[in-house]
Design a protein around this ligand. Structure first.
Ligand SMILES: N[C@@H](CCC(=O)N[C@@H](CS)C(=O)NCC(=O)O)C(=O)O
Length: 408
């Protein structure tokens, strides 16, 4: 978002001053040790951003699907469960090759900044549905990875390498429509979300998308998806709230003081794809710039002097809207509003603002319930995918039916 644009400007200046061939070190080499350390500091095991997960998980787990499946069939189910659970709790979910949901056939590539709340929303959706996807981390300074696209923001989701979905809410609504209705292609579904040119509050041209919070399904499917009166309206309302209000509380809160701004940029640089020089400039100058900019954002969005109060009120409003009798906004299982709010809040994990929010609001139970549900569902996906790899399809189908009844 703003931080990316800011990092881009600052890093361009930085590169002009400092960039010499000698200074260039590849991102991965430069960042691995720091990322590994960072991962130990994160709460809730949600893997606030998946870079570390991919680094740590890729080799051992991906190569071992067959072994895991054999172990399970040989009766080592419990041991396997524990093994997978441990692995997943450490790395959870957002690695490149998630286990596929049975019956989905889409090849998905997500272009993202890992710490962007809109991208995090999309990952929350894909992970929740067990859809496999590849991640392309975009360098926020050069954005080479999306040079081919006329749409210049992230997230972008490529489907089967041919259909481009832009905007987090369009991506989520279109994929949900596809999963529920199963009768239209993604290209056909995309026509329900027309691109429109609009002006923002500063008169700047922006792109908007019609119907973006609507899952476009037939009445019979809608009755199934939204069994209770008003649940569809409620889902739309809170998804929009997450984009139009909650997201705007993130920057003012994570860049609230110079110390917090530095910690936030440290996180952004560690998790994102930056060159060494870019990273250096982004961290120190970006933090300083964002500390100033966050004051402007505070005025722009009419936040209180103590921006924490707005954050606390927002998440308490969210919890109150869920009510005492429900686990999630969606009932026993999260709906698209739960996924959106979780996706946005998760980007603050490991930062002071997140800890303060957990301590001073009522959001903790909901957040923990979601995080636990993710762990169990990721275990389920891994089990099913191991069985699939072994072509134990009958067992797989039976197990899936049983597991569907007890977890996502
Ligand atoms: N409405 C869009 C907003 C996406 C957005 O603003 N993304 C930011 C990153 S968090 C971005 O790409 N900004 C442009 C830039 O970095 O240059 C969505 O929901 O996907």
């Amino acid at each position: 978002m703003m931080a990316a644009a800011c990092a881009r400007t600052l890093s361009k200046v930085g590169r002009l001053v400092l960039d010499t061939p000698k200074c260039r070190v590849t991102n991965t080499v430069a960042l691995v040790p720091r990322m590994t350390m960072r991962c130990q500091g994160r709460a809730y095991g949600t893997g606030g951003a998946g870079f570390r997960s991919r680094l740590l998980l890729a080799a051992p787990v991906r190569g071992s699907g067959r072994v895991l499946g054999c172990a399970f069939l040989l009766g080592g189910g419990f041991g396997l469960y524990q093994t997978i659970k441990l692995t997943l709790q450490r790395h959870l979910a957002e690695e490149k090759a998630n286990a596929p949901e049975l019956g989905t056939d889409l090849k998905l590539t997500l272009y993202q900044y890992k710490t962007c709340p809109f991208c995090s929303k999309v990952r929350a959706f894909l992970d929740y549905h067990g859809l496999p996807y590849k991640i392309v981390e975009v360098n926020p300074v050069m954005r080479q990875e999306i040079k081919w696209s006329t749409y210049r923001k992230v997230p972008i989701l490529m489907v089967n390498e041919t259909v481009q979905l832009n905007d987090s809410s369009v991506i989520i609504s279109a994929l949900k429509t596809y999963l529920v209705s199963k009768e239209k292609t993604i290209s056909e579904i995309l026509t329900f979300y027309p691109e429109m040119k609009a002006k923002n509050d500063r008169g700047k041209d922006v792109i908007e998308f019609g119907n973006k919070y609507w899952v476009m399904v037939r009445d019979a499917d809608a009755d199934h998806l939204y069994p209770e009166k008003d649940t569809r309206k409620e889902e739309i309302k809170w998804r929009q709230w997450a984009d139009d209000w909650l997201v705007h509380l993130i920057s003012p809160n994570v860049y609230r003081t110079p110390t917090e701004a530095l910690a936030s940029f440290d996180y952004i640089v560690q998790e994102g794809k930056f060159g060494t020089i870019e990273g250096f400039f982004a961290k120190y100058f970006g933090a300083a710039a964002m500390w100033f900019i966050s004051k402007r954002l505070k005025n722009k969005h009419h936040l209180q002097d103590d921006v924490r109060k707005d954050l606390y009120k927002a998440v308490n409003d969210w919890v109150a809207a869920i009510g005492k009798n429900k686990k999630f906004m969606g009932g026993d299982q999260p709906n698209l509003a739960d996924l959106a709010v979780f996706g946005v809040l998760r980007v603050m994990e490991g930062l002071q603002a997140f800890d303060d929010m957990m301590e001073h609001t009522k959001v903790k139970n909901w957040y923990q319930a979601y995080a636990e549900g993710r762990t169990t569902s990721a275990i389920k996906s891994k089990l099913l995918s191991s069985l699939q790899q072994l072509e134990a399809l009958d067992t797989c189908t039976t197990l899936k039916t049983k597991l569907d009844a007890i977890c996502w």
